[in-house]
Each structure stands twice: as structure tokens, then as C-alpha cells.
Design a protein around this ligand. Structure first.
Ligand code: NAI
Length: 251
């Protein structure tokens, strides 16, 4: 059994910027030791420095890794467990878009999105569940999207991956309930980050019109939902999809 007085360890993929970096900052503020994962060592180091300058030294670990490389991801999570002695929370947040209309979409565009956004979550969950089962406590949080709930023209690859995350999560929730491990999904709507910054103005305007709260979301609003699902207080919530979308879907 792990020592319950130690800080819990939370692995966050795609933590170099945007929603992932904000999730890492928020979980650190909520008392977790955060393992920052993405490909960009320099950016991860900057997030670590920022967290530690605000909250104290030794609260974050950088692990550069390409999550689309299953063997590397499996090894990175194994290393986090070996070095830190526990893995309590896993947030699969890393994601990409390769938008195209289905008739024009290449096999490569489809496969790259599935490998990065969905297969990575399967690999990371499998690796992280072993230490969680030993500890008889765990929290898996997968970052999906409203596109995974209602689809989106030009995003069949992305929507398929994000819908796949929901099925993956619900299955894990059922398999792991007896081990005191919960698995939930957070499905953001339109959030202001680098990913959405590059979208054309008419696309942004359409998203705004489809959002009853009539504004875009902030990364911190997604991170707050993740922090709740990672907490002790969320222990009776599993297999759920929590949308953070300004009312866009309501389903
Ligand atoms: P972003 O593009 O700003 O950040 C994505 C993060 O994933 C970066 O840290 C990047 O380095 C990492 N990443 C991408 N490919 C990787 C790979 N192969 N290996 C390791 N790391 C990799 O995106 P943003 O907006 O912060 O989104 C985060 C998550 O939230 C994504 O899964 C995205 O699909 C999802 N989301 C975002 C929405 C938005 O409006 N921004 C809406 C719905 C879902």
C-alpha cells in the first residue's frame, strides 16, 4: 500500500500548454505532485518552473514523451511509477486535430488522430492501472470533446477518437469499480487555447452562436472539472461525461 500522507501523483499528458498546462497547475494547487508529459522538454520545464516558483520546489516532474509512440508512453509511465513510487491520477489530455472533409481525408490524417488522441489513452490507462490497483485507489480522467458527443463536419477522425474515449472510459469504469478506481470523461466545448486560436473567424463565430452562455470557455474552467473528478470527494462518480461547454450540447 502507498503512504496516504504522501502527495498523490498525477500524470497529465499534453501538459506543455493550453488546457493540459492549466490542469497541471490546478492539480498542483490541489496538493498533487504533477508529472508533466508532452514532446516539448523546454516548454514542460517552463511549466514546472512556474508551478514550483509559486507552490514550492519538488512538486513537478518533467517526462518528455510522444504519446503516439505506445512503447515510449508505456515506458514513461513505468518510469514515473519507479521514480515516484505511486501513480494515483491519470489525465489523458494530449490531443491533435487534422481536420478535413471525410471524402478528402487521407488514411494518414485519420490514423494520426486515432493514434494520438485515442490509442494513447488506452496505452496510458493500461500502464497506470497497475499501480492504481495495487494502491486500491485511482482516478482516470480522459479529455474528450463535444465533437465526440454530437459530431462535427470536417472532424470525423477527431470525433471518432473523442467518442472512442467515452466508450473506453465507461468500460474501464466498469472493470475497475471493485478496485476503488474511477474513470470519467471531461468533454469541453469551445475553449480559448492555441488549438482554437488558429481557427477561421467564421468558425469561431458559429461556435459562439451555438454556445448559450455566449462566450468561449477558459482552460481553468476545464481544469476545475478535472480537479473535482480527481478528488476524494468525487469517489462515488464513475463512468460519467462532464461537459464544460457553456450549454452547447446539454445531452
Ligand atoms: P493544444 O494544442 O493547445 O495542446 C495540446 C497538447 O497536447 C500540447 O501540450 C501538445 O504538446 C500535446 N500533444 C499533442 N500531440 C502530442 C503527442 N503526440 N505526444 C505528446 N504530447 C502531444 O490543445 P488544447 O486546446 O489545450 O486541448 C487539450 C485537449 O482538450 C485536447 O485533447 C483537445 O482535443 C481537447 N479539447 C480542446 C478544446 C478546445 O476548444 N481547445 C475543445 C474540446 C476538447
Amino acid at each position: 500500500m502507498v503512504d496516504s500522507n504522501e502527495r498523490r501523483v498525477a500524470i497529465v499528458t499534453g501538459a506543455s500548454r493550453g488546457i493540459g498546462a492549466e490542469i497541471a497547475r490546478t492539480l498542483a494547487r490541489h496538493g498533487k505532485h504533477v508529472v508533466l508529459m508532452s514532446r516539448d522538454q523546454g516548454r514542460l520545464q517552463a511549466v514546472k518552473t512556474e508551478i514550483e516558483s509559486q507552490l514550492g520546489a519538488g512538486l513537478a516532474t518533467v517526462l518528455a514523451c510522444d504519446v503516439s509512440d505506445g512503447a515510449a508512453l508505456d515506458e514513461a509511465i513505468g518510469r514515473a511509477y519507479k521514480d515516484l513510487g505511486r501513480v494515483d491520477v491519470l489525465v489523458n489530455n494530449a490531443g491533435i486535430t487534422r481536420d478535413n472533409l471525410l471524402l478528402r481525408m487521407s488514411d494518414a490524417e485519420f490514423d494520426e488522430v486515432i493514434r494520438t488522441n485515442l490509442r494513447s489513452a488506452f496505452v496510458a490507462c493500461r500502464a497506470a492501472l497497475r499501480p492504481m490497483m495495487r494502491a486500491k485507489w485511482g482516478r482516470i480522467i480522459n479529455i474528450s470533446s463535444v465533437a465526440g458527443l454530437v459530431g462535427n463536419a470536417g472532424q470525423s477522425n477527431y470525433a471518432a477518437a473523442k467518442a472512442g474515449l467515452i466508450g473506453l472510459t465507461k468500460s474501464i469504469a466498469k472493470e475497475m469499480a471493485s478496485k476503488n478506481i474511477t474513470a470519467n470523461v471531461v468533454a469541453p466545448g469551445f475553449i480559448q487555447t492555441d488549438m482554437t486560436e488558429v481557427l477561421p473567424a467564421p468558425v469561431k463565430e458559429m461556435a459562439l452562436q451555438a454556445t448559450p452562455l455566449k462566450r468561449f470557455g477558459q482552460a481553468g474552467e476545464v481544469a476545475a472539472a478535472v480537479a473535482y473528478l480527481a478528488s476524494d470527494e468525487a469517489g462515488f462518480t464513475t463512468g460519467q461525461v462532464l461537459t464544460v461547454d457553456g450549454g452547447m450540447t446539454m445531452c
